[in-house]
Design a protein around this ligand. Structure first.
Ligand code: NAP
Length: 359
């Protein structure tokens, strides 16, 4: 094969582990290879042209050499990071995924990705066809929403509220409320008739939650005492805590939550970037108040993708602007290291996405 037929592929690889430190750009290396031959696709394989890549906090877990429930292959050094993306099939050995199809997929932080083993039912791949209307941006729903509000973060918000079993008239507190998941949790809970309180790390994010995203109250957890703010904003008490933060906030909520309250443990962003684990002191209150703590992981709820329920429920809300979903979309694969570090440090609002190529 002459190298003239090979496409250039820029990728972002894991250069070193961060382990117990805050992530820096040193953990990433950007490199370009000329290694993609579209004619080389075999039965059971597709080659993808990545269009959008999602920068998700869970990718931080792959920068620890050990720990967390992450497949070993996702921690390897000198290979591209795995992350959620939207891609176009540009070469195919699988009837189900024809050339030109748009898919949502766990892909590499690179321009082109080869996915193999799609003809083997034992291979677990996270690839799914997007609905035909995903291409239609004319109603104000950008394609990038299929890795945010209509993708994994959306599923996490939607299914998480179902698992919590929220009831109209009750009060919910949402941690990291301006983030990819939290902003949707709050807006969906509001539509379902709850009183919604959120916390975020800048005054601008707090103002947006209240003024544009229909939260009843919000506070800046970096400048206001968390306990005082929650007591001020929810004097009636809090019935549900959608927890993406963990640490001190979780400890305070164990104390503040109403009797028979429910906590959904979704993430621990305050504990995920090399921090010492916060010593939770209020666990005894789980029994004395009859509080339930429920664990949640989105891949137990993929049926809402497969049966179209997530798309059918959320897309009309986005089209009618009943939900205001914030994304920050940056261009250029080579900028991923900087944006990933900034995302974890709260410098952006909403879901952080890198645009790799035009459709
Ligand atoms: N279980 C599941 O299935 C599942 C699915 C999706 C996500 N998650 C988890 O849920 C959490 C949120 O995910 P996401 O995608 O919506 O991310 P996200 O909230 O958009 O995460 C980034 C934001 O986290 C906030 N943050 C950073 N350090 C913090 C700290 N010490 N305390 C409080 N907030 C902090 C920052 O906003 P501020 O400016 O507000 O600080 C930053 O903008 C993550 O832990 C993620 O791993 C779990």
């Amino acid at each position: 094969m002459s190298s003239n037929n090979l496409l250039s592929n820029t990728r972002v690889v894991r250069a070193s582990y961060a382990n117990k430190s805050h992530v820096t750009k040193a953990q990433f290396r950007v490199e370009t290879h000329r290694d993609i031959d579209l004619g080389s696709v075999k039965p059971g394989e597709v080659i993808l042209r990545n269009l959008y890549l999602s920068l998700d906090p869970y990718v931080r877990l792959t920068l620890d050499e050990t720990g967390a429930n992450v497949p070993a292959a996702w921690r390897q050094l000198n290979v591209p990071f795995y992350g959620l993306g939207i891609a176009e099939v540009v070469a195919s050995g699988v009837v189900k995924y024809p050339v030109g199809a748009l898919v949502s997929v766990n892909t590499g932080y690179e321009q082109y990705t080869r996915v193999s083993g799609l003809d083997d039912p034992k291979t677990q791949t996270d690839i799914r066809m997007l609905p035909a209307h995903a291409r239609d941006e004319s109603r104000g729903v950008p394609l990038s929403n299929y890795i945010s509000a209509l993708g994994m973060p959306g599923l996490t918000a939607y299914a998480g509220l179902k698992v919590l079993g929220v009831q109209s008239g009750k009060t919910i507190f949402v941690g990291s409320a301006a983030g990819g998941v939290g902003q949707l949790v709050g807006q969906l809970a509001k539509i379902q008739g709850l009183t919604v309180i959120g916390s975020a790390g800048t005054d601008e994010k707090v103002a947006c939650l209240v003024e544009k995203q229909h939260f009843d109250g919000a506070f800046n957890y970096k400048t206001e005492n968390i306990r005082e703010a929650l007591t001020r904003l929810a004097p009636q008490g809090i019935d549900y805590y959608y927890d993406t933060v963990g640490g001190e906030t979780l400890d305070i909520m164990l104390d503040l939550i109403n009797e028979k309250g429910k906590i959904l443990s979704v993430g621990m962003i305050s504990q995920e970037n090399g921090e010492e684990a916060y010593p939770i002191r209020n666990l005894r209150l789980i029994a004395s108040k009859g509080v339930s703590i429920l664990g949640f992981i989105y891949w137990h709820h993929l049926e809402y993708f497969e049966n179209g329920e997530l798309d059918a429920t959320l897309r009309p809300l986005l089209e009618r602007k009943e939900i205001y979903y914030r994304e920050e979309v940056f261009e250029g694969i080579e900028n991923i290291p900087e944006h990933f570090v900034n995302m974890l440090e709260g410098k952006y609002a909403g879901k952080v996405i890198i645009k790799i190529a035009d459709l």
